[in-house]
Every structure is written in structure tokens, then in C-alpha cells.
Design a protein. Structure first.
Length: 265
């Protein structure tokens, strides 16, 4: 018997005006996968993420979560299954880190609520799982970009969702913080979390993803294992830029052309 996909996007089209941003998108994501969405600015990656989260409604087509049309689910029910991790989040108010993480418990609360001891324990466990317990009482506004992103990831974990939807989570982070974030994604995937993340960095797909889905002009142009489809030809078609994808010590790396970086194969 064929396994039912965790997330199914079927025949989805969407446009902010008469012009379609996404056209006839079909994809299935299985539980436990790390899937990376690749594509240039304006290709529809962020729009697709918002549709999967039911923050936008498609003009045509449907999205299914564990076989149920998300149009039939409340946002609170969806939030218990899927958590959104945006690009670097900025807050005007100096909430403490633990307060930010506790906000992940809201989908489990009624309108009038107080955080329980269980909520606090879950939030503390989320911080510990990402090795940032020492930040618990720090004002969120005083954190570095990497620390903020790990805090938002901890909030998603505290939310209890096992699927994390990430919109360019490494955007704006320095190289070291990018690597630390990717390391945490790998650690969580080993615990059974599902990831759908967009990025502008093909090397991130090669490092941590099981699958890459390439989107250009609102349509999927390639979908498959990263080692199979993240290649020079597809990246040129996607970004109209010549890059070299080379195998070094058994691993694939995306490099600028030799004329720029000066390296040799």
C-alpha cells in the first residue's frame, strides 16, 4: 500500500493580481524529509510557503496535511502540526528569550490563559535542545542575528509541531551562524522533524537536504535528490549564472567559475 504523503500540494495556482505567481504546483513531502526550495527572487518560494501554512488561499488547487484539506482545518490545528520560522525576526519590545519561546505554546491555549509549569518546562527543554539555555533571561532585542534565529527555532519546537516551515532562515546571518543553524536542522531531523525551507544558497541544499525543489517563474522546473539535480546545468537555468558543481573528497560543492575564484578541479 502506498504511503500517504505528510504534505501534498495539488494543482495549486495563485496570483496577487491577474498575473499568476504560482502555476499548477504539484509536490508531495514525506514525514521526516528535509526539503529545500531553490529559486531566484520573485519565483514564488515565499508564496508557496504561505499557502502551505494556510496564510494565503490558492486561487486553484488544494493543500493536504496528512490527507486532510487544510481549508477544513483551523489555524490553531495547523499550528499544532506545522510551525513557521521566518527570516531573522525583529521585535520592538524587549521580551526575554524565554517569553519569546513561551509564545509557541499559544496554539495549545484557550483565549484566556496563563502559562503552566508544563509550558515552562517545554520552553526550557526547547532552549536546552538548541544549547541556548544561557540566553533565557536575555532581552531578545539584544541578541545577535544567529541567537535570534535559534530563539525563533526554539519557539517553533516549543509549539509542539513536528514540521518546521522555514523561509530563508539563514538570510542575513554571518557564515558561522549559518553553519550553526544548519547543524541544528540536521540534529532535529535526526529526531524525526520534517523541514521545508527556502534558500538562495544551493550549497545549503547539498549540505543538509534530502530533496531540492527548483522553482522559476512560478513553476517547478526540477524536483529530486540534491545530488541528482543540483548541478551546473540546472543552476544556470535557475539563476542564469554559470557556476561549477564539483565533487571534492566525495562531497558536492557549488563554486564560482574558475575565472572568479581561481580554483581548479
Amino acid at each position: 500500500m502506498e504511503l500517504r504523503p505528510h504534505i501534498a500540494v495539488e494543482n495549486v495556482s495563485f496570483g496577487y493580481t491577474k498575473k499568476l505567481v504560482l502555476e499548477d504546483i504539484n509536490l508531495h513531502i514525506n514525514a521526516g524529509e528535509i526539503v529545500t526550495l531553490l529559486g531566484p527572487n520573485g519565483c514564488g518560494k515565499s508564496t508557496l510557503i504561505k499557502i502551505v501554512l494556510r496564510l494565503l488561499r490558492p486561487a486553484y488547487g488544494s493543500v493536504f496535511l496528512n490527507g486532510v484539506n487544510i481549508a477544513d482545518l483551523s489555524l490553531k490545528t495547523i499550528a499544532r502540526e506545522m510551525a513557521y520560522v521566518p527570516q531573522i525576526h525583529r521585535s520592538t519590545f524587549p521580551y526575554s528569550v524565554i517569553d519569546i519561546v513561551l509564545m509557541g505554546r499559544i496554539p495549545h491555549k484557550t483565549f484566556f490563559y496563563r502559562y503552566s509549569d508544563e509550558d515552562m518546562a517545554i520552553a526550557q527543554d526547547a532552549l536546552e535542545s538548541l544549547s541556548i539555555s544561557h540566553l533565557a533571561e536575555r532581552p531578545y532585542t539584544e541578541l545577535s542575528g544567529g541567537e535570534r534565529q535559534l530563539t525563533v527555532l526554539a519557539r517553533a519546537i516549543a509549539q509542539g509541531a513536528r514540521t518546521l516551515i522555514m523561509d530563508e532562515p539563514a538570510s542575513g546571518l554571518d557564515y558561522g551562524n549559518q553553519l550553526r543553524l544548519l547543524e541544528q536542522i540536521i540534529n532535529l531531523s535526526r529526531q524525526g522533524y520534517t523541514f521545508v525551507k527556502s534558500t538562495h544558497s544551493p550549497e545549503h541544499a547539498l549540505w543538509v537536504a534530502d530533496r531540492a525543489i527548483m522553482i522559476k517563474d512560478g513553476v517547478i522546473v526540477a524536483d529530486g535528490k540534491c545530488d541528482d539535480i543540483v548541478n551546473s546545468e540546472n543552476l544556470f537555468h535557475l539563476y542564469n549564472a554559470k557556476v561549477d558543481v564539483m565533487r571534492i573528497n566525495g562531497s558536492l560543492w557549488v563554486c564560482a567559475p574558475q575565472a572568479i575564484c581561481g580554483c581548479s578541479q
